[in-house]
Design a protein around this ligand. Structure first.
Ligand code: NAD
Length: 482
């Protein structure tokens, strides 16, 4: 196959100003953490320190929740939906206007290719605010009856794989519904949430409507445990989600949990092969596979398995792995040393259990955290690489003979976030989708997101929808029942 050499095309980082240290964003202002503690955030592609950020302790959580409560009672709660919408539209517009700044910062802090932060993360984050702005004055039609009410103060905790996008999935519906928020970004990717705080000031939101507390797991636990938080929204691992579910049980708090996944991407023998190969690649190597809904289990019909695997290997060999700031890069850095350790451990378990590893050839950069696009064949459903969420660029290939076997294997997982079906037959798509225990089923595509479309899981992938009209419901109580 002919391959082309590309000249480097690095995006300039001069568009962002990264301060050497950041405080917490409470009541509309950046303040020092009472805890006096800080953590470092680094660029995972170079291991260069980007900034120090404050670690919020219990006293800081108290201040932020108080500020959110005040804003809920005095400004945001009493405000009309139409007025709230104006602020949300303003945020959406400012995110678009400053998209390059956000994209560069996201790539530096997360390690994802600039092509993805520029074309996916930031435009979608803006689109979610735009979409929920439109709902703010139409809540009577959201599905909670006439005159639905917000909960009050929402405590929100998000992961590092789509930092700004997950922030928008949390903050946009919460504010549209009339809640105020205290949000904690992940410890390895706090910078775009802090830049968002700057944007909140620029949009002149009333103080306390949005508060951003940086810190690690303990800060998240303190926030969720705070007695004056009414609504808990968490996206992250199933292990932490279970702890949170136990913590809020028996309290007045409502919780939504968006957790892990181990999606099946099912390829039938009549699938259009070229599109399918691109869909498989997008399904598992997008964002280095650090995607909750990644198509990490490829279920391919036995008669075409050899051809699909061969073509997949050829395609993976052409992916460009390296500098995330280069506009030609397809696969960037793994977000942290810890995550690289988890991926490495699970891939080694694949070897130990007898699966056959193949990794795309090519040199990886010396500095930073890297894992080559990898696939395993000879995988059985009992292998750890077929059961555990790897959250990295590692695909497990399994085969099936009949549609029933495909469905049985696809559903043989404790998770149920997403799935993919590749076939030319529309009737088969409908029949298979109907039998899959997965919140989202993509047909002849994968990893497509849209603010109008709900997203959620079955089983250990969590509960509570995000996106679309459904995404408003967890932030609203039926009218008159507070
Ligand atoms: P994680 O659970 O370790 O951390 C997520 C967030 O929770 C971080 O901000 C972390 O600081 C915080 N946290 C950690 N311990 C906590 C505690 N005891 N109480 C409160 N907060 C705590 O997950 P991660 O490794 O950052 O993210 C990867 C996971 O997120 C994967 O399992 C992935 O599938 C999942 N995810 C799910 C969705 C979805 O929509 N379902 C989306 C993205 C990621």
């Amino acid at each position: 196959m002919t391959t082309f050499e590309y000249a480097p095309a690095p995006e300039s980082r001069s568009v962002v100003d990264i301060a050497s240290s950041y405080g917490l964003f409470i009541n509309g202002e950046f303040t020092e953490a009472a805890s006096g503690e800080a953590l470092k955030t680094i660029n995972p592609a170079t291991e260069e320190q980007l900034a120090e950020v404050a670690v919020a302790g219990e006293a800081d959580v108290e201040n932020a929740v108080k500020a959110a409560r005040r804003a809920y009672e005095r400004s945001w709660g009493p405000m009309s939906g139409a007025e709230r919408a104006k602020y949300l539209f303003r945020i959406a517009r400012l995110l678009s206007e400053r998209s390059r700044e956000f994209a560069v910062l996201e790539t530096l802090d997360n390690g994802k290719p600039i092509r993805e932060s520029r074309d996916v993360d930031i435009p979608l984050a803006s689109a979610y605010f735009f979409y929920y702005a439109g709902w703010a004055d139409k809540l009577d039609y959201a599905g909670r009856g006439a005159g639905p009410r917000p909960h009050g103060v929402a405590g929100q905790v998000i992961p590092w794989n789509f930092p700004l996008l997950m922030l928008s999935w949390k903050i946009a519906p919460a504010l549209a519904a009339g809640n105020t928020v205290v949000l904690k970004p992940a410890e390895t990717t706090p910078l775009t949430a802090l830049l968002f705080a700057d944007l909140v000031q620029q949009a002149e939101l009333p103080p306390g409507v949005v508060n951003i507390l940086t810190g690690a797991g303990q800060t998240g636990a303190d926030l969720i445990a705070h007695p004056d938080v009414d609504k808990v929204a968490f996206t992250g691992s199933t292990a932490v989600g279970k702890q949170i579910a136990r913590g809020v049980a028996g309290t007045h708090k409502h919780a939504t949990l968006e957790l892990g996944g181990k999606a099946a991407n099912i390829v039938f023998d009549d699938a259009p092969v070229d599109q399918t190969i691109e869909g498989i690649v997008n399904g598992i190597y997008f964002n280095q596979g650090q995607v909750c809904c990644a198509g990490s289990r490829l279920l391919v019909q036995e008669s075409i398995a050899a051809e699909v695997v061969d073509r997949l290997k050829a395609r993976l060999g052409a992916l460009r792995v390296g500098d995330p700031m280069d506009k030609n890069t397809d696969v960037g850095a793994i977000n942290s040393a810890a995550q690289l350790g988890r991926i490495t451990e699970l891939a080694d378990a694949g070897d130990a259990e007898g699966a056959l590893r193949w990794s795309a050839p090519g040199d990886l950069p010396d500095k930073g955290y890297w894992f080559p696009p990898t696939l395993f064949t000879e995988v059985s459903s009992a292998h750890r690489i077929a059961r555990d969420e790897i959250f990295g660029p590692v695909l497990s290939v399994l085969t099936f003979r009949t549609p029933d076997e495909a469905v049985a294997k696809a559903n043989n997982t404790p998770y149920g976030l997403s799935a993919g079906v590749w076939t030319e037959k529309g009737s088969r798509i409908l029949s298979i989708a109907d039998q899959l225990r997965a919140g989202v089923v993509w047909a002849n595509t994968f990893n497509k997101f849209d603010p109008t479309s709900p997203f959620d899981g079955y089983k250990e992938s969590g509960y509570g929808r995000e996106g679309g009209r459904h995404g408003l419901l967890p932030y609203l109580i039926e009218g008159g029942t507070r």
